[in-house]
Design a protein around this ligand. Structure first.
Ligand code: PSU
Ligand code: MN
Length: 305
């Protein structure tokens, strides 16, 4: 019944069959979002957090052209070690990676596609892609946003980094009918900081409230995702001025070097980490843990409805 390119691990398949709570995880955050070995440690700990919160993790990636839902520990290690050598795969890249039998790390967009194929409804990550600053000239809008418009997977994230234009990102999501829920907050979190100054229309304060909204969308037979924006824990957030300066200098450096397209997000992430002396990496790791925990709780609530 599955798509012929999809391979679901035994554990995930069993969880799907018995209607257990499952949380999908992406692999670009492993290969392109963090350095080795922290990337592998984080990916494995995230899975553990999901299990400890009563759900089954399904890390998603592409190996030898197969779309994998449920990577093994060894496969996660392999992706993490290969790092930037693994292709970063979004929707447009999928046909090529499959037909050539290549390995690929999945972004939010392609992780949503594979999760939906496998029947997984909740996905935890760090930050989503969005409308880049200067998009009025560059037209750089992440394919993640179009995927959120069409593919029915709810994404728990810490908002989006201010390497993006957060105002335009929210407008784009609104136009495309994507519901954005602030979890315990009235504004869009800016990844490293709890606040961004951009107000959100909807706030929810419990996993069950979120699960009910996801169920209502599915009952309406509306296709498309949802964004659950979960602010970083107060103790791990960064100083607003420090991170703003780091982002601004990194964006300028990317412009100076003429970095564009799919390279820009990984470039900015690694540059910000260097400029902040690794402090941003620590925050990044902690907020992913926080999102994994919430996603597991939402997934559990959802299966109980
Ligand atoms: N934002 C982060 N960390 C990440 C990414 C985004 O804070 O690792 C990754 C995700 O995989 C996301 C992708 O889907 O970058 C977006 O890339 P682009 O802007 O090229 O669409
Ligand atoms: Mn882009």
């Amino acid at each position: 019944m599955y798509n012929k390119y999809l391979e679901v691990s035994t554990l995930v398949e069993e969880a799907i069959a018995s209607k257990k709570a499952i949380v999908a995880l992406e692999s670009t955050i492993i290969s392109h979002g963090m350095p080795y070995p922290q990337n592998v440690e984080t990916a494995l700990k995230v899975e553990e957090i999901i299990r400890n919160n009563g759900a089954i993790p399904a890390t998603i990636g592409i190996l030898s052209g197969k779309l994998k839902a449920g990577l093994s520990r060894e496969e996660i290690e392999y992706m993490g070690k290969k790092g930037l050598e693994v292709a970063k795969v979004s929707r447009r890249d999928l046909p090529i990676i499959i037909s050539k039998g290549m390995d690929g790390a999945t972004t939010v967009a392609s992780t949503m596609i594979i999760a939906a194929m496998a029947g997984i409804k909740i996905f935890a990550t760090g930050g989503i892609g969005g409308v880049h600053r200067g998009a009025e000239k560059s037209f750089d809008v992440s394919a993640d946003l179009q995927e959120l418009a069409h593919t029915s997977v709810a994404v728990v994230c810490a908002g989006a980094k201010s390497i993006l234009d957060l105002g335009l990102t929210l407008e784009y999501l609104e136009t495309n009918g994507v519901t954005v829920i602030g979890y315990g907050t009235d504004e869009l979190p800016a990844f490293y900081t709890r606040k961004s100054g951009f107000k959100l229309e909807y706030r929810m304060d419990s996993p069950m409230e979120v699960a009910k909204a996801i169920k209502a969308k599915s009952d309406l037979e509306f296709s498309g995702g949802m964004v659950i924006a979960n602010p970083i824990q107060p103790e791990y957030q960064m100083d607003y001025n420090v991170i703003t300066k780091a982002i601004e200098s990194s964006v300028k450096e990317a412009e100076r070097l003429g970095i564009k397209g799919k390279e820009i997000t990984p470039f900015l992430l690694s540059r910000i980490k260097d400029v902040t002396g690794g402090e941003s990496l620590k925050s990044n790791i902690e907020l992913v843990y926080n999102n994994a925990q919430l996603a597991a709780q939402i997934a559990k609530s959802l299966v109980s409805l």
